[in-house]
Structure formats: C-alpha cells, structure tokens
Design a protein around this ligand. Structure first.
Ligand code: C5P
Length: 214
C-alpha cells in the first residue's frame, strides 16, 4: 500500500503573530520535524505552503500553494498526491513533536481496515458548554476525546469527503460527515500544537528532554 503525507503549513499564524513554521526549534525549523517524520514513514510528501512562500524544502518533497482555510489547503495538497496512492496522512506543520511511531500507528489502523485513524486523548478536565461567560451545561467527558494530527485516511475516502469542498477544523470531521468510520489511537501527551509564542518554549524543553533520553 502506498502512503503519501500532506504537511499543511500555509497558515498565517495569526494567533502566534507571524509564520511559526519557520521559527527555530532545537537547531532546526518547526516545519523540519514534520517533514522528517513524514519522509520516514511515507512514499512521498506534499508540503502546502503560503502562496508567496519561497522556502527551502529540500529536493525530495512536492510543494504546492495553499488556500484561505485549512480545509482548502488540504485540498490543494490532495491534488498533488498521485492517483495510485492508497493511504493519505494529513499533518499540521505546527505539531513538531509528532514522531514516526505516531505516524505508523495511524497508518497501521487504516491498513487494518478503518477509513480513517486519528490520535486522541481522554479529557482530564470537566467540560462545560457556555454562552458568553455563563455555563449552560456540562458535557459527559467519558465519551469525549481531543484529537491531534497526524491523521491517516483511505485515500479514496478522503478524496470523496473533500469532493463537496466542506470546511472543518480537521479532516476526520469531513470524513465523519460522509459516514466514514474513524478510529482513535492513543495520542501522546506531548504532541502539542504550536499556537502561541509560549508554546515554542514548551516544545523546545520537550525536544531537549527527548534528546537526553535518546
Ligand atoms: O489554524 P490552525 O492552527 O488550525 O492550523 C493548523 C495547520 O493548518 C497549521 O500547520 C497551518 O499552517 C495550516 N493551515 C494551512 N492553510 C490555512 C490555514 C492553516 O495550511 N489556510
């Protein structure tokens, strides 16, 4: 089964205050971690970059310009994945702590028969629904998980799910919307998404810890 990974890196980093993908992290750029894990586990890699980007991505990856939303950027990437590909992984460049083992666990779940597989974590906090600053309900957290990337998909299912150009905050959501079977694999606690400037310092500390353990 051939596997391609789409690394989405075309966001403007509004909450971060600039393009976080190129920030220095542990002696590399944030983006380089996603590229390395993708290259180690996939037959090919497509990187989706901002339209005006002139980034050095090395020779081994295909790069395409993204769109106005994350879902549009994924569709731009999907158009550059070869037709004969069986499994497509979608990963946010903003998650540099996702390693090759995590990529393999979502890919294996799709190989084993799921339409899609996502890393998920149980919720430790109690979850409330609010209107403004007023609590209007409490969600049953036993049936809730928070999910991360990389997310793996049967390629035909992901293409079908994106056919009607839907919008979602992840790709599992668009697959769920067409009735696809999405399974959850264990998501690591440290697979953080760099959203705000202080997340970079946390990622740096986690990477240093990992290097010490290796
Ligand atoms: O906005 P959000 O934090 O959900 O973005 C997640 C990932 O999607 C980031 O890696 C970002 O670069 C990417 N993205 C994109 N195109 C957009 C918006 C976000 O590739 N238009």
């Amino acid at each position: 089964m051939s596997v391609w990974t789409i690394v989405v890196a075309a966001g403007s980093g509004e909450r971060f205050g600039g393009p976080k993908q190129l920030m220095a992290l542990g002696g590399r750029r944030v983006l380089d971690y996603a590229l390395a894990a993708a290259a180690e586990t996939s037959d090919g890699v497509v990187v989706v970059v901002p339209a005006d980007a002139d980034w050095d991505l090395g020779g081994a990856v295909r790069s395409v310009a993204g769109g106005a939303t994350r879902s549009e950027s994924v569709r731009c990437g999907l158009a550059a994945v070869p037709d004969e590909c069986d499994v497509v992984v979608v990963h946010d460049a903003a998650r540099p702590l996702a390693d090759a083992a995590l990529f393999r666990s979502v890919i294996d779940a799709v190989r084993a028969g799921a339409d899609a597989a996502v890393p998920g974590r149980a919720i430790a906090d109690t979850v409330k629904r609010v209107e403004g600053d007023v609590v209007v309900g409490t969600e049953p957290r036993e049936s809730l998980v928070t999910v991360q990337t990389p997310q793996a998909f049967r390629a035909s299912v992901l293409r079908a799910a994106h056919g009607a150009e839907p919008e979602g905050t992840d790709d599992a959501a668009v697959v769920e919307a067409i009735g696809g079977r999405v399974v959850v694999v264990g998501g690591p606690r440290d697979n953080l998404k760099i959203t705000e400037p202080e997340d970079l310092a946390r990622a740096e500390a986690l990477i240093r810890e990992r290097e010490l353990r290796a």
